[in-house]
Design a protein around this ligand. Sequence first.
Ligand code: AFP
Length: 315
Amino acid sequence: MTTAEACVRPDRPSLNFHLQNAAKVPDDLRHLIMDISKAAKMIHHAIRTTEAGLAGKTNQFGEEQVKLDVLSDELIHEHLCESGTVATFISEERKDIIELDPKGKYSVAFDPLDGSSLVEANFAIGSIFGIYKGKEILGKKPADQVAALYVLYGPRTVLVYSAGKGVHEFILDEVGEFVLIREYLGIGDDAKNYSAGNLRAVNDTPAYRALLNQWLDEELTLRYSGCMVADVHHILAKGQGIFTNIGGSKYPEGKLRLIFECGPFAYLIEQAGGASSDGTRSILQKKIEKIDQRTPIIVGSKNEVRRVCQVLGKK
Ligand code: AFP
């Protein structure tokens, strides 16, 4: 005799279980996210075992690459190949769009190691991924992402994803599994913490200086590490906060790139009930024109994003 038994939800659901049963993503997208998570486990290990020296190469933007940048990029490349679901990918460490599998349903944009200049200081660093349907990312908007995720390699390694049904956080446990620690992360409308990047811009953008003074006067708490993954994760973890990286003379559009950093974070933050803006409209609605496109970004608690846009608008 055979009896049918439904799978019960484990106390600590794995990423795979969650993707299948809570987010209910299509199987091929689940495989892709699981393969990305495998690459992240390798990067987690590499960070702990690789000497933090320079690789002596430069990336497409002429920036020096550290060994871990190169390694992380290669590990992700290998795992995207293995997934058999990826038509093309774009990495912040490469200058071209890479074609993988013509039958692949998805395209992936990623920053393999955000905050790599912090490696030698042993600060938290991360990897960021935006996943799109189809072969093309250029011409689309970050709103077209079908999923976005990041992995934060800090004192603990966590993975945070959204596939359009809330934002969920997993921790890498002692047996190498990503297990759920928090589901449906939410962001309150008001910010108590601020995280202000590209501060060199205050010299030629008086409104940015005015904004900083306002935060100082109001005694908001500064939380800024120099790694966007860690700084935006702080907002999601605390359920409030504001992150800015806006333009000045050195980086007229701010320092951060639409496709690799701002797009995925705008998707995650808006999924959690927060807001994103370039000063005038949601980051999710910006057309992706080129690989190295930068954009000013203001993300986090809704009321604070609105207020920052107003202050910055008064140039
Ligand atoms: P690196 O990957 O070169 O370390 O840059 C990290 C980063 O792109 C981003 O994660 C930070 O938010 C930003 O740079 C910080 O730069 P500034 O504080 O100079 O604006």
